[in-house]
Design a protein around this ligand. Structure first.
Ligand SMILES: Nc1nc2c(ncn2[C@@H]2O[C@H](COP(=O)(O)OP(=O)(O)OP(=O)(O)O)[C@@H](O)[C@H]2O)c(=O)[nH]1
Ligand SMILES: [Mg+2]
Length: 279
């Protein structure tokens, strides 16, 4: 979506399950407007956060005119694939099977195609009208123009839903929190990212020039808190600095970023915290 829009509206990291919110991205061209809904990926989870994310996916599917099922063709198929096939194959709307990362050796592309063909009982091709195969690269832009052409061909006509200059309607506080979370995801590995959440408590404009942002970084255990802070505060500092410079570009202002790390075991199931997190 970022590549298609030419702007970053959704955070990106190597950690699976990075996306936790549904983010809209609006592409407006002379020939029309496409509203993309980037959703969390589909995965099996039993906590409240996981259930929120799954129900977001279902409501996105309900409201969509076209589905782009984006898979990492360099990674083998997961158990979730069958669940996705079940969710999508029974619907009337067109599905684009986008095989991402073809800039690399997309070793599992054939595996995905076979699985879908087996379920559908018919070939999946680039010229099919309901299940359209589309090898792409979000990173290098391979076939992304073609993808947009196919979308304009499949989408129904209607009035513009957003003014042409709008890129996203994602709330600013959530966007700021997401950018901060993305930086921690880039610097931390293993189990920490899944235990980590960020919410913004306050954004205040000071004397017109400086934006004061106060954010809470949640983790589940004391041991994680010390990793997130790092030796002598090094991780917190590095994440804070990279987040701040990106926020300054995004907001076109100087930013003063204050972060507190808090330990809340089981925050994924805590309705009050999920509310702070925007769910
Ligand atoms: N080589 C290559 N890497 C890519 C491409 N697209 C995305 N990536 C990388 O793949 C990783 C995951 O990207 P995300 O955009 O976070 O993936 P996602 O599908 O949204 O994943 P979740 O939000 O976690 O469900 C990042 O490290 C990206 O830089 C691509 O076309 N080629
Ligand atoms: Mg994502």
């Amino acid at each position: 979506m970022n590549t298609l829009l030419g702007e970053k509206v959704a955070i990106v990291s190597p950690v699976p399950q990075t996306t936790r919110y549904q983010v809209r991205g609006v592409l407006t061209e002379k020939r029309g407007q496409i509203v993309f809904l980037d959703t969390p990926g589909i995965y099996l989870s039993r906590n409240k956060l996981g259930r929120h994310m799954l129900s977001d996916i279902d409501s996105a599917i309900e409201g969509a005119d076209v589905i782009i099922h984006l898979v990492d063709a360099c990674e083998r198929l997961g158990r979730e694939e069958g669940m996705i096939i079940e969710k999508l194959s029974g619907r009337k709307i067109p599905v684009i099977l986008a095989m991402n990362k073809v800039d690399r050796k997309a070793a599992y592309m054939d595996g995905y195609i076979k699985e879908w063909e087996k379920a559908l009982g018919k070939p999946v091709t680039e010229t099919a009208d309901r299940f359209v195969l589309m090898p792409v690269s979000g990173m290098t832009g391979i076939n992304t123009d073609k993808l947009v052409d196919v979308l304009f061909g499949l989408l129904p006509e209607g009035p513009l839903l957003y003014p042409p200059e709008v890129l996203t309607d994602f709330p600013q506080k959530l966007a700021i929190a997401d950018i901060i979370r993305e930086k921690f995801f880039l610097f931390l590995k293993d189990e920490i990212p899944h235990s980590l959440a960020v919410y913004v408590e306050e954004t205040t404009q000071r004397r017109g020039k400086v934006m004061f942002i106060s954010a809470v970084v949640l983790v589940e255990r004391d041991s994680q808190k010390s990793i997130v802070i790092g030796k002598g505060g090094s991780v917190l500092k590095k994440a804070g600095e990279t987040a701040r410079s990106e926020l300054e570009m995004l907001l076109d202002k100087k930013v003063f970023l204050q972060m507190h790390v808090k330990v809340r075991e089981g925050w994924q199931d805590d309705p009050y915290i999920l509310k702070d997190l925007g769910y």
